[in-house]
Design a protein around this ligand. Structure first.
Ligand code: ZN
Length: 284
């Protein structure tokens, strides 16, 4: 039996519930899938694309592509304004997670522990207030997490759902050294972890290859690669950006084919919180 964990990133004040419904609709849930949705509590509409090597930047996007064009530079927007998506996130098979605060690349890569604790408390109360659900999982925006950030997230009671967990790099950049035990050396310390990683005081979920479908990719190839990755993983973890489906609407067909493909197998789909509770750590 395969474990399937699906995440969707960058839900915010202007996200459309109809779009989420189109990607994760009744047939997705009826077949037993769950999705963990990472929510930006206070979207900064002036956030620019960090790196000029980014494929969106090369295609003319100056700001984060998920900010609606008409809203660029219109200040900060509170997720609580989005009542349609707040209701959508109450579904039983959906888990709202916290995705940073404003999505600014600097928010959680700073050394300012106190400021990050504040952003975590405010962000959590915004998403919990909107959805009336407990928010227990933090997804770092841009994969940026400093050691103070990691500590602030852990001290605020969150589990961490990352993309790539590279222990060697993390030991320098993200994870406080005291968190590593002998079990980490026995695991895949040099390359990276796929699955649940146990630290001294917290747990992280991570995958080496999180995004399997993207709007500028060859989607037929992506579909075939996704099937191969699904077949070869005991714990299959992937993420989508719902907003990329607006840029390339062909993604809907390939995603729906992939949902059909997964559904033909023997699987148990889990939200991130369920995975934290049930999975055995890869470094146990
Ligand atoms: Zn993001």
């Amino acid at each position: 039996m395969k474990t399937v964990i699906i995440r969707d990133d960058d839900t915010h004040a202007f996200t459309s519930s109809a779009l989420l419904d189109k990607i994760y609709g009744p047939s997705f849930f009826r077949r037993g899938f769950n999705v963990s949705v990472s929510v930006i509590p206070m979207l900064d509409t002036s956030a620019r694309i960090g790196s000029k090597n980014n494929s969106f930047y090369r295609r003319g996007y100056e700001y984060e592509p998920f900010i609606p064009k008409s809203r660029i530079n219109s200040g900060f927007h509170d997720f609580r304004k989005n009542s349609a998506v707040s209701v959508w996130l109450k579904k039983k098979s959906v888990e709202p997670c916290l995705h940073g605060y404003s999505h600014d690349i600097r928010d959680f890569s700073s050394p300012n522990y106190t400021k990050m604790k504040e952003m975590l408390a405010r962000g959590k109360s915004i998403v919990e207030g909107a959805t009336k659900r407990k928010v227990r999982v933090f997804v770092p925006p841009h994969e940026r997490l400093s050691k103070s950030g990691w500590r602030a997230v852990a001290d605020s009671g969150f589990r961490i759902f990352r993309n790539v967990i590279r222990p060697l790099k993390d030991a320098v950049v993200s994870v406080p050294l005291g968190e590593y035990g002998l079990s980490h050396v026995r695991g895949n310390f040099l390359y990276g972890y796929n699955g649940l990683v146990q630290y001294k005081s917290n747990k992280e979920l991570g995958t080496m290859n999180p995004y399997l479908f993207s709007c500028f990719w060859d989607l037929k190839q992506s579909f075939e690669d996704a099937c191969k990755k699904f077949d070869s993983s005991h714990v299959f973890i992937m993420a989508n950006h719902h907003w990329e489906f607006l840029i390339n609407t062909k993604m809907h067909r390939y995603w729906s084919d992939f949902v059909d493909y997964m559904a033909q197998h023997d699987f148990a789909s889990m939200t991130a919180s369920e995975a934290f509770a049930k999975l055995k750590p890869v470094n146990a």
